[in-house]
Design a protein around this ligand. Structure first.
Ligand code: SAM
Length: 196
């Protein structure tokens, strides 16, 4: 379990670099799905939590052009370093900004983003604190999109629904997407109400 955490959960050192290479290849389908679901358009402001090596950041930056902005937060210095290399062009253009942070503590102002994306990290959160923080930073009517490998999620998918509801999210939808070479992806789609 410790080795998995060093490679994927809190990636660091050579094993973290190996984990990053596997994530780039293995998780691109989910990163693409999350960006597509978030209904991004020119000038959208997006927060990507737990971005890892940054595949989803590049996709989100493309989706919000021109005039949009993507903030990435990840607690791993190694993942921020690798994501900064992958997004060098977008960072230089002022479209992508990377910071240390977590789902529970993003450092973003309240109601400042149109969408939040989380790919394969909800199992690492303190979930009540994470859902409450993401509710806070989303603008009213903004979308939260989560996808996670079923085999790493340590609670039944319904638990995510309950935690998101407790934080105030509405219009919740979950699905289980079968995949050829991996366990199904558990997907959650939720909205901050317009009047809160
Ligand atoms: C398995 S990787 C997933 C990375 C990428 N999104 C992907 O699917 O390839 C998990 C990532 O979540 C980050 N992480 C760890 N704890 C976190 C937390 N509390 N909130 C957000 N991200 C966290 C890790 O540093 C790591 O980059």
């Amino acid at each position: 379990m410790r080795l998995l955490d060093v490679a994927f959960g809190h990636p660091r050192g050579p094993l973290g670099r190996l984990g990053a290479a596997l994530m780039v290849r293995g998780n691109v389908e989910q990163e693409t799905w999350a960006v597509e679901q978030a209904q991004l358009h020119a000038r959208s402001r997006v927060l990507v939590v737990g971005h890892g090596p940054g595949v989803g950041l590049v996709q989100a930056a493309t989706a919000v052009a021109p005039g949009g902005h993507v903030t990435g937060v990840d607690p791993s210095p190694l993942m921020r370093e690798l994501a900064a290399i992958r997004c060098a062009e977008q960072i230089a253009a002022g479209v992508v900004e990377l910071r240390g942070g977590t789902a529970e503590n993003t450092g973003c102002p309240g109601a400042s983003v149109d969408a939040v994306l989380s790919v394969n990290n909800v199992m690492l959160w303190d979930r009540p604190a994470g859902f409450a923080e993401l509710f806070r930073v989303l603008r009213p009517d903004g979308w939260l999109v989560i996808t996670v490998h079923r085999h790493v999620l340590d609670v039944p998918p319904d638990r995510l629904l309950a935690d998101a509801t407790a934080a105030g999210f509405i219009d919740l939808q979950t699905s289980l997407r079968p995949r050829k070479r991996n366990s199904p992806a558990v997907e959650l789609f939720a909205r901050r109400p317009a009047n809160r």
